[in-house]
Design a protein around this ligand. Structure first.
Ligand code: GTP
Length: 192
């Protein structure tokens, strides 16, 4: 956490995950912008910010949206440093994007030097038409990953199934993550 010139708490969040899982769409929905049904791949990085109120405190979130394609790692690596939280997104209709989550955490650790509090978002939940695990990643699988992540690495994490299309759990994800960042910041400052 840093403070902006007005003294407002400022947190840097980084959105990561495979290409086309919906990172840009999640960010747009969170910012109250419309849903775009075509996929315009992020080139390198994109950036946005938002002020939000959490439990009576105003915070400024600076949200970096990193391109998911593997070829952009050289660009992405510069943006991990100093981040207060990760938003790790996978697509419930694309099992490979779920299987690749560990790869994204390894990349974050490599370039940020640590893994901050993380929100794991199982996106495109509006597309689930059955509980067939050969077609869709099931919520219990995402939950189990988040639990293992927190228990094995001791890193606070939260899991939500989201839809950037209809807005399901988008605000809740960012509010919960912001509370976690504030708690982590208080804990760290207490240790100094
Ligand atoms: P990169 O920039 O390539 O890393 O992609 P991205 O992860 O930012 O994905 P993006 O937001 O561009 O979305 C990819 C495609 O998925 C687009 O066609 C979106 O309209 C679609 N999409 C994103 N989120 C959802 C969702 O929650 N539900 C549905 N049905 N489609 C979604």
């Amino acid at each position: 956490m840093t403070q902006d010139p007005s003294g407002t708490m400022m947190f840097k969040l980084v959105l990561i995950g495979d290409g086309a899982v919906g990172k840009t769409s999640v960010r747009r929905k969170y910012l109250g912008k419309g849903f775009i049904s075509s996929h315009i791949a992020t080139i390198g990085v994109d950036f946005a910010q938002k002020y939000m109120q959490v439990d009576g405190t105003t915070v400024r979130l600076v949200i970096w949206d990193l391109a998911g394609q593997t070829g952009f790692e050289r660009v992405r690596r510069h943006y991990y440093q100093g981040c207060s939280a990760l938003v790790l997104v996978y697509d419930i209709t694309n099992r490979e994007s779920f299987d690749n989550m560990s790869r994204w955490l390894v990349e974050s650790f490599k370039y940020a030097g640590e893994i901050p509090p993380t929100a794991i978002l199982a996106n495109k939940v509006d597309l689930r038409t059955s509980n067939d695990s050969s077609k869709f990643v099931l919520p219990e699988e995402g939950q189990a990953f988040a639990k293992m992540f927190t228990e094995k690495l001791g890193i606070p994490s939260v899991f939500f199934e989201t839809s950037a299309k209809n807005g399901e759990n988008i605000q809740e994800s960012f509010s919960t993550l912001t509370r976690m960042m504030i708690a982590e910041d208080i804990k760290r400052r207490g240790k100094k």
